[in-house]
Structure formats: C-alpha cells, structure tokens
Design a protein. Structure first.
Length: 130
C-alpha cells in the first residue's frame, strides 16, 4: 500500500508518513488535522491515489524519458504545455466519443494534468487553502 512509502515530497521520495516532521506539521495545520491518524477514509483514499499516481508517473517517466516536458518537437513546434494540452484534448475527445469511462482514460487525464502542472511550475497549492 502506498501510504507506507513512495510519494514524491520535494526532490526525495516520501509518503506523508515518512515526510519530515516539519512538513507533516505544515500539512496537518493547513488541513485542520491535529494528528495524521485522524484522517477520514476519504482523506486516506485521496492520499493513496495521489501517491500511486505519482509513483506511476515517475515509472513511466523513467521508462519513456522526459518526452512530455522536453518534447523532441519534430512535428509540433509548441512548448511542453501546448503539447500536453493537445494530448489532453485528444484524450478527452476519445472519452467523449466512448460508450464507457475506463480507468485507463481517467489515469491518462490525471497524468496529463499533473504533467501540465509540472510544465508550468505549479508545484505547491497552499495559496488555495482557506
């Protein structure tokens, strides 16, 4: 299970459980939780999904190279962000024209959105917390 290890936290691999204590305290303070064991089932699922998605994307990046953020630009001369949004448009079009929503399609869209955030340097979202 991903909760025990493997999430990306900064430039080292951690799960929330293995994060530096000061980072855990920041996260808990911003989410209004006193202790990490007070997470709801939904919060645990969110954490596990995000950890698993991060691990999945890192493995794909290792396997296929950094083509999304450093495109070879043979046909498309756009930057990384525009290349990713083209892929997103294609994937969303396929979903729209499909009879069923598949897990693979959802993972692809989520992955492209994470890559788009990385391409734009949108790494931290604390400013959106109330």
């Amino acid at each position: 299970m991903a909760l025990g290890g493997g999430c990306a936290c900064g430039d080292r691999r951690y799960s929330f459980i293995n994060c530096r204590p000061e980072r855990q305290a920041q996260i808990l303070q911003k989410t209004g939780q006193v202790e990490k064991n007070e997470m709801t089932e939904t919060q645990r699922k969110i954490q596990e999904i995000c950890c698993n998605l991060g691990n999945f994307l890192q493995k794909k990046n290792e396997r296929y190279g950094d083509a999304a953020l450093s495109p070879v630009s043979i046909f498309n001369k756009g930057d990384a962000s525009s290349s990713i949004t083209i892929r997103l448009d294609d994937k969303l079009s396929r979903i729209k024209n499909s009879d069923e929503l598949r897990k693979n399609d959802v993972v692809d869209v989520a992955g492209y959105l994470v890559l788009l955030m990385a391409a734009n340097g949108w790494i931290n979202f604390d400013e959106f917390l109330d």
